[in-house]
Design a protein around this ligand. Structure first.
Ligand SMILES: Cc1cc2nc3c(=O)[nH]c(=O)nc-3n(C[C@H](O)[C@H](O)[C@H](O)COP(=O)(O)OP(=O)(O)OC[C@H]3O[C@@H](n4cnc5c(N)ncnc54)[C@H](O)[C@@H]3O)c2cc1C
Length: 614
């Protein structure tokens, strides 16, 4: 058996260990095994097997992955942050085989060309990376064939269902604001996105309506292929505690233990579950691929990191690498609900509120299951007047970082045909929402260990809204105002769902309204007063959320610039150890981050195949 949740007694040593079977980890394992079927590769994943799990396979059930009770998700809890009105942010991350690709919201989106060029890393420019973006996908959308893949394992389609009327409605409303429909905002070819545009959403959904996660598309087919990949094995439900080094600081193995989520469960293929740690040796390479919130913790528990952090945590130092756990980045998101005149079969509200029998949908393979409720996405820039209105400091940043890079948007706004949260206390109704995130936050956070054990709670701060010039909060204010203007121009708009919006004064033009019909005639933009802006900023600090796009905590950069890995993804100060996941981007990208994770997996595979001569 090549996939197991109990360590076989004879599994003591392999050639390559991949710690973490998430998005990049699954891609890497599959490609290395293709290149060298006789090389023994072990993936050690903390979460359970995802194979055939209905809540993963059927895109429409995506909300179950982020419900607080989810067992397929890791919830990284942050400290109380003054910039967020004292809130303790909880950032969900993939915690199952396939990682984020198994639980994410399936929106297809790619970095802008200038984002990747800005990484400034030899071998990692956009032109050098586009081949890896093409390699993982079979693209069924419109646009430029030259920059999209046609034979990769991950199918990118429009899904099996679209709420056509509201989709057209959103596109028309954005057009009235000067943001036209683009055929392909994801071309990574440097085309200007000035003033911005919207696009019919494409998704990581196959033509059969199933989720295209990294485990189902890369790992499972190889584990099932009758022996051609016999040396590829996957251990689930086991957490990697640390990497082990020999006297020359060569990574020679790992210590792992049963993930605490599964200690009470029954082992399906071996003796009873045990919490005792086990050591598995690696002859050639250890790769850490535990995601941007998991990988720095593994490195630090292994003795690689800032000596002060390790000392506080009681971990002996192996290599002094100051950047581990720093440079935490995410996008800052708001998801705002609106009342609508949508019909029950145009949203996922009835499904989430339990008014539709999910079992019946699955039994009849209903096309609704192949939908993520997000039909339109966008990449949007402010006008010069908007930039001026945001003040001098924003203008300086705009002129420095955006003006000469016309492919850089300030925000991504996506339509969502459902209520973006817990439906239990809602009236029976159909909601329309807009999810808006800002693309290049300047704030940075960190994540570090506080003790040597995998169960010690991390010291985690998102850093949201802490940039010195307040540019991030101004960008989010702009995004709030713009998503609202788009929704106000839609024919299905029936006002705001006030509990999900800032509490503007009731006599303000910005106050939330409830309407019987759409706004007639030409719609004027809301004129926000200073008081409204103060209310909005306070509300943002109280409500801004994670976009689940964690990145940057083991950045690929020179060591003296707080880099953790070099351009071959090798960790500084030690040997035979690499990091392969979204910990490594040094700066942010204007996209949902899934495609970057697949790309990093593909690129890393080529680097490792060449380096080890596989
Ligand atoms: C809820 C959600 C919604 C999202 N929506 C979208 C979207 O619509 N579109 C998009 O493009 N992107 C989206 N993303 C982002 C995207 O999925 C992630 O950026 C991407 O999956 C990250 O890939 P990764 O390989 O870096 O890490 P992951 O895929 O998170 O993989 C890390 C793996 O390591 C495992 N792990 C962690 N610690 C340990 C340990 N100590 N030992 C063993 N295993 C460990 C985890 O269980 C996980 O499987 C979303 C993410 C989330 C969480």
């Amino acid at each position: 058996m090549s996939l197991f949740n109990t360590i076989p007694n004879d599994l003591d040593e392999v050639d390559i260990i991949i710690a973490g079977g998430g998005t990049a980890g699954c891609v890497l394992a599959a490609r290395l095994s293709d290149a060298s079927p006789n090389t023994s590769i072990l993936v050690v994943e903390g979460g359970r097997n995802n194979r055939g799990d209905p809540s993963i396979v059927h895109p429409a059930l995506f909300l179950s992955g982020i419900a607080p009770t989810s067992t397929t998700t890791l919830f990284y809890k942050g400290a109380a942050e003054p910039s967020l009105a004292g809130r303790e942010m909880v950032v969900p991350s993939g915690g199952v085989l396939g990682g984020g690709s198994s639980i994410n919201l399936l929106t297809y989106s790619r970095a802008q060309k200038s984002d990747l060029d800005a990484w400034g890393v030899p071998g990692w420019t956009a032109d050098e990376l586009v081949p890896y973006m093409k390699k993982f996908e079979t693209y069924h959308g419109p646009g430029k064939a030259a920059t999209h893949g046609d034979s990769g394992p991950v199918h990118v389609t429009g899904g099996t269902f679209t709420a056509s009327h509201s989709k057209a409605d959103f596109i028309q409303a954005a057009d009235r604001l000067g943001w036209p429909l683009s055929r392909d905002l994801q071309a990574v070819d440097g085309s200007a996105c000035s003033p911005g545009a919207v696009q019919a959403n494409l998704r990581y959904i196959g033509e059969d309506g199933t989720r295209q996660d990294a485990a189902h598309r890369y790992l499972h087919p190889r584990l099932d292929d009758g022996g051609a990949h016999q040396q590829l094995r996957v251990l689930t439900e086991h957490q990697v505690v640390r990497v082990l080094f020999d006297g020359e600081k060569r990574a020679v193995g790992i210590e792992c233990q049963r993930d605490s989520r599964f200690l009470d469960g029954d082992a399906v293929d071996g003796p009873a579950a045990s919490a005792s740690p086990r050591i598995i040796m690696a002859r050639r390479l250890v790769v850490v691929s535990c995601g941007a919130l998991g990988s720095p913790l593994v490195l630090e528990r292994s003795g690689v990191g800032d000596p002060a952090v390790l000392k506080r945590a009681g971990v002996p130092l192996v290599a002094d690498v100051l950047g581990v756990g720093l440079n935490y980045m995410d996008h800052h998101v708001l998801a705002c609900p609106y009342r609508s005149s949508l019909e029950p079969d145009e949203t996922l509200d009835a499904l989430y509120a339990g008014r539709i029998d999910m079992g019946a949908l699955v039994a009849r393979r209903d096309p609704l299951l192949g939908w993520n409720a997000a039909d339109v996405t966008s990449k949007l820039r402010p006008s010069e007047d908007d930039v001026d209105a945001m003040g001098e400091e924003f203008r300086d940043v705009w002129d420095r970082d955006f003006k000469e890079r016309p492919d850089r948007p300030l925000a991504i706004i996506t339509s969502l045909n459902c209520f973006p949260g817990d439906p239990s206390s809602l009236p029976v109704a159909q909601f329309m929402s807009a999810s808006s995130f800002t693309t290049y936050p300047y704030s940075r956070g960190h994540i570090h260990i506080t003790g040597p054990r995998a169960t010690d709670p991390p010291d985690f701060r998102t850093g949201f809204f802490t940039d010195p010039h307040g540019v991030d909060v101004k960008s989010s204010m702009w995004a709030y105002k713009k998503q609202r203007e788009i929704l106000r121009r839609m024919a299905v708009y029936r006002g705001e769902w006030a509990p999900g919006h800032p509490p503007f004064a009731s006599d303000s033009p910005a106050a939330c309204v409830e309407r019987e019909g759409p706004i007639a005639g030409e719609v004027k933009n809301i004129a926000y007063t200073r008081e409204d802006d103060a209310v909005l900023e306070k509300w943002l600090r109280e409500n801004v959320q994670t976009t689940w796009h964690s990145m940057g905590t083991c950045k690929m950069a020179p060591r003296e610039e707080r880099g953790v890995v070099d351009p071959t993804l090798s960790v500084y100060g030690v040997q035979r150890l690499k990091v392969v996941d979204l910990s490594i981007p040094p700066s942010n990208i204007a996209a949902n981050t899934g495609s970057a994770a697949f790309m990093v997996g593909e690129k890393a595979a080529d680097l490792i195949i060449a380096e080890l001569g596989l």
